[in-house]
Design a protein around this ligand. Structure first.
Ligand code: SF4
Ligand code: SF4
Length: 95
């Protein structure tokens, strides 16, 4: 069974993976904004949530990634919580 190596690649924009956005549903936004002490409206504005996604193509990585760790891990989006890594990051390189 694959074990997470903490490379952080699953939180970065990878064109070849078609992974250019992180999904933040309305429930995610409510939970995470409360956790951060912000309103849902402020959260959407600050992180530019559009159609339930934060586009990370330009910024290169999820804004909640720091030192290859998720800074909102306890309240992370359902999409991220459901993520299972198949280890293909190993062939991506440069990390
Ligand atoms: S890409 Fe896989 S190994 Fe790397 S941090 Fe994400 S889950 Fe862990
Ligand atoms: S919310 Fe956390 S787990 Fe999800 S992409 Fe961002 S840093 Fe990664």
């Amino acid at each position: 069974m694959f074990e997470c190596e903490g490379c952080g690649q699953c939180c970065r924009a990878k064109v070849d993976w078609d992974f250019l956005g992180v999904k933040f549903t309305d429930d995610d936004v409510d939970r995470i904004s409360r956790h951060l002490g912000k309103t849902a409206e402020d959260f959407r504005e600050i992180y530019k949530v559009k159609n339930e996604f934060i586009n990370i193509a330009k910024i290169g990585a999820c804004p909640f990634l720091a030192d290859n760790r998720c800074t909102i891990y306890e309240v992370r989006p359902a999409y991220c919580a459901a993520w299972t890594c198949n280890g293909t990051h190993k062939s991506v390189g440069d990390y």
